[in-house]
Structures are given as C-alpha cells and as structure tokens.
Design a protein around this ligand. Sequence first.
Ligand SMILES: [Ca+2]
Ligand SMILES: [Ca+2]
Ligand SMILES: [Ca+2]
Length: 421
Amino acid sequence: MNTALTNDQANIKGAGVVYTNDSSSGNVMLDITNNNAFDYGCTDVSVSRSGTGAQTYNGSVSPDLAMDKTFTITPSNTTTSGNANVVFYFELAEITGWEGATGQSRNNLVAYREGTGDIVSLTVGTFGSHITLTGDFTGLSGKFLFGTNDTFQRLTIGPKVFLQGAALNPNTGEETLMRDDLRVAGIIPTTSPYADALTCNASVFTPTGNNAIVDWIWIELRDKSDNTSVLLFQSALLQRDGDIVAVDGVSPITFKIVSGNYYVAIKHRNHMGVISANTIALTGNTSVLSFTDANNQIAFGSNAQTTSGMPSGVVGMWSGDAGGDGRLNYSGGLSDVPTVRSQVFNDPNNSFLGGPPVASYPSQGYYKTDVNMDGVTVYSGAESDVLLIRNNIFNNSSNSFLGGPPTSTYIFIQQLPEGAN
Ligand SMILES: [Ca+2]
Ligand SMILES: [Ca+2]
Ligand SMILES: [Ca+2]
C-alpha cells in the first residue's frame, strides 16, 4: 500500500480499468474502473495526505473526524456525468488508527469529494492483510477524504436579523437592542411555534442583557440553483442584539449538510420573511450573515425590510402580519386587522363583571396578533397593534401606484421568491 506522498499517472481514454501505484515504491494506491466512454486523458493520482490517525475537518469534533489519509485524482479532462468505480487501498494501521481515535467502525466510513460536495457510501473489503474502500463516483476529479457523514455534513452559520416589532420604542438606554418583553412576561414557549416544534430548556430564557432571548425564529437553507427549494430548516432563537442562535440560546446554528453555496431565508411568525439575494458560501467554520446593515442590505426583492422605527443604520423585518400569511394588509380582503380584533374580542377575560367585551382590552399572551411584541394584543388606541399595521402600510414606499399617494388597501407581500406563505 502506498502511504507516502508520491504520485502516479494513468491514461484513462475510455471504458475499462486502470491500476495505479506509487511511481517510486510500486505500492498500490487505487484502481479506477471507468464505466463509460468518457476520455479523462492523462490522469494524475496521488496520496495527498498521509498518516495513521484522525483529524478535524472544518471544525468537526470526535467521533466525527476524518482519516489522515487522503487521495487526489486530477484528470486532464473533467466531466460531471461520468460514472467511475474507485477502489482505494489502505494499510490496516491507517484504518485501525482512525478507529482507535474515533471509536467508530470502518463500516461507518464514507468518502467525501472536496469541492463537489459529493458524499459516497463505501464498501469495505480486504486485499491480503490490507483494507480496501470502494465507491462509485460521478466524475473523478478532486480530493477524496474519508470519515463519517457527520464529519463532512456540518455547516454552521450565525445569522443576524432585527424584528421591527421588537425594535420599536426601545428601552431607555438600550436603543440599539430589541425589547424582550415576551421573555420578561414569561410567555415565550419552550416548544417552538414552527413546524419542527424544537424545544429548549426553560433556563434559556433566564439571561438578561444583549443576549437575552426575544423570540423563536425560523431559518432555511435553500438550493443554490433554485431559491424556492428549501433543503433544510430549523427553529432557532433570536437574541436582543440580533444574533440568531441554537436552542441552547448561545451557539451558532448547525446544519447537517456539506459546505457549499446556499441561499439563507429567515422567517418569523408575524413578520415578513427575508432571503439573501445571493448565495452565501457556508462552511463548518461559522459564517456571520447580517441582514441588519441598512448600508449593506443583502435581502432579496424590493423594499424587503424597513428602517421605520429602527435604530440608526439598522434595517429590520417588517412587522404586522397578524394572520401569519406572509402578507401585510391594513384594510381589504386580506387585512390583518380583523385577526387582531378577533383576538381581543374573543379573549375570555375580556369582560368586566360579566359585561360584553370591549375594544380597548389588552389581551395578554403569546399570539401572532401581538405584532409589536409587547406581550399584549391591543385593538384600539395609541399603543395598539393595529396602528403598527396601519403605519407599515402607509409608510411603505412600495405602496404607491405611478407615484400616487399610498392606499389603505395596499397588500405588501413578503419578499421571498415564492411570495406569501
Ligand atoms: Ca449576541
Ligand atoms: Ca397577513
Ligand atoms: Ca402588542
């Protein structure tokens, strides 16, 4: 077996098998079976990293470590459709070294072709006293690493957003932070309101200050070639300074997917969702992705976020979607106002001495209708949630037809490529 860093060259002109050996020692490296007629031409093969241990890949931690040994195949001609079967040869010590370091079985090994994002399952075999790992690849070029799925499917991201509803009327002396009224009122649920129903420990809502939790939020990774295609999603938590963190309240968000380029979308139950206009290069090393910089706006679409009521230089996600349908509407068929009214009038506590419900009653609780996120749904009056919906329609620069004045029936649709929810 070749364990050193020397190379071999093979001419792969069409279908068939080639065997490669270290050019100086003659030790076996790998066999390639080209299953179609593609002409790869003169192909360079090397052990590109050697060793009998294990090491981190993009910040992965034990037991999800990569084998020391890697191979690199560099054909003269590349294809994204060719099918090739590759047998990689290992010394037993190279395999057992990785097993010893990770506590994992060789049967859990997969091959990761760096740069392409391909993860390929492997068949473990023997060759004399040595070990073979065999897999089928689409195309041949690249650096091949060996580890577990979780070694390579590990991407972390630290997105940042502001919610307009929580940023309005900031606490005195905390003008650059969102309010955390829902946390202070003790009404944020420990189960996410979103589809995956993730849970967190109640103690996550204990810290105060910059990193206190404002609310649950939703994050999506979308396909680089189709920004409507959601690959992965998860509930997360939003801190007062805008950081989106995992359910432990502090860590960046981790997705089980390979490094690569993705669109990132952020949604909230009563705010207009946003998505990055461009793909973002994401790896196992945390990428900070800020949607909040008014001078460097990264959101897709037109007028996707607002500066209204926000700290200086900050854009936030539009609030006011009391119905949670991805549309902001003050009056008309899709209005969010009746939803607010209904919450207030149907609150069983909205009765004085058994009398009828009143419009001015503040309905306390964790509801989408509380669009200014102060812990109460208010239908009428200066602090009402309806007023915020109204302001966001009349202050919306998209609300103008041919330069005319804004209209109360305007429907602002969140700037996601698929439109409303
Ligand atoms: Ca923070
Ligand atoms: Ca709505
Ligand atoms: Ca409110």
